[in-house]
Design a protein around this ligand. Structure first.
Ligand code: TLP
Length: 349
């Protein structure tokens, strides 16, 4: 069987999830009558420490609704230049909300108030006003980087003083909580809305949550319907989501240990570039150009050895650990990477 480290989205539902899905009590969620979805939304709101939460099919839909809630057409959304919301969501902030991104370049994916303040704009004859600040925690393409709590607090406090809202793309905020040893609630307390995914590191087959003030979430429910996300007996999905939410945060420690192990071992492989110090969650980004291979070719050779890891922009590769790849699988993947690197270097030499 292939060892699939392309993403933590590839996990398959556990036996407990499948059982819960089969037995789920359901109703029509568009009428608000699916008891399992309602339970999931209540639990998600409680865990996030927000008034209400909305079950959405994808993280992209959750982010899209959040941008719509906080902005008006013709505004700017401040985000990091490598943010998922900008790079991987098919320009939804333009398509659905009529906004453009105001990307800010960062080394580590972390937007600090110092950088943001100079980019905030008021409406004037040339400028579109800032409508929203969007941050990503953990930051995917920066390598699963975790926002320091004080950075979030300062940013939100200053933004709120100016009447601006802050949305957190917390697709992997449970990984941030695990890495910091604090609750998700504490991390997201300063922000207005948070989206987090049940279907990434937490391992549910489908689904994400958007949490915030009740009024915003009620409005978000209408946007979800507009986007085609009004699901009916969605309790079968929510049942798996509840297990992801209640049981799986405790599995993340192991994913992080596996990622750390891989990062430290990769640092010793000739031709591979990585700073293992920076790996704190389940995402490991490394360069392969020192082997003389492109990321695409490296990926192809790994596949021949039964390991799936994709290239990302900038000639780098990204692997993501998750519960369907245990320590033994990670060690096998490491061996395959070592072999591909060594083979390429020998060929070049
Ligand atoms: N990320 C996926 C790909 O789209 C890159 C992955 O494999 O990591 N925010 C963040 C930070 C994400 O990483 C993702 C998915 C999303 C939002 C979107 O979630 P979905 O795929 O459910 O729309």
């Amino acid at each position: 069987m292939m060892i699939d480290l392309r993403s933590d989205t590839v996990t398959r539902p556990t036996a407990a999830m499948r059982k819960a899905m089969a037995e789920a009590e359901v109703g029509d969620d568009v009428y608000g009558e699916d008891p399992t979805v309602n339970r999931l939304e209540e639990r998600a709101a409680a865990i996030a420490g927000k008034e209400a939460a909305l079950f959405v099919p994808t993280g992209t839909m959750g982010n899209t609704i959040a941008v719509k809630l906080h902005t008006r057409h013709g505004q700017e959304v401040i985000c990091d230049a490598r943010g998922h919301i900008l790079d991987y969501e098919l320009a939804m902030m333009g398509w659905f909300s009529g906004c453009v991104a105001r990307p800010i370049r960062t080394d580590d994916g972390i937007l600090r108030w110092e950088q943001i303040r100079g980019e905030i704009r008021q409406l004037d004859p040339h400028w579109a006003p800032t409508g929203l600040i969007a941050i990503e925690n953990t930051h995917n393409m920066a390598g699963g980087v975790v926002y320091p709590l004080e950075v979030i607090r300062e940013l939100a406090e200053r933004a709120h003083e100016l009447g601006l809202k802050v949305h957190m793309d917390g697709a992997r905020v449970f990984n941030a909580a695990e890495a910091l040893g604090v609750s998700v609630r504490e991390i997201v307390a300063p922000v207005d809305t948070v989206m987090f995914c049940l279907s990434k590191a937490l391992g549910a087959p489908v689904g994400s949550m958007l949490a915030g003030r009740r009024e915003a979430i009620d409005q978000g429910r209408l946007y979800r319907k507009r986007l085609g996300g009004g699901m009916r007996q969605a309790g079968v999905l929510a049942a798996a989501g509840l297990i992801a939410l209640e049981e799986h945060p405790k599995l993340l420690k192991r994913d992080h240990e596996n990622a750390k192990l891989m990062a430290e071992s990769l640092a010793r492989v000739p031709g591979i570039e990585i700073d293992p110090e920076k790996v704190r969650t389940n995402i490991v980004i490394f360069g392969v150009s020192g082997t003389g291979l492109s990321a695409g070719e490296f990926s192809r050779r790994l596949k021949e050895q039964g390991v799936l890891i994709d290239g990302i922009r900038g000639g780098k590769m990204r692997l993501v650990t998750h519960y369907d790849a245990d320590r033994a699988a990670c060690e096998k993947a490491l061996e395959a990477i070592e072999q591909v690197a060594a083979g390429a270097m020998a060929g070049a030499g």
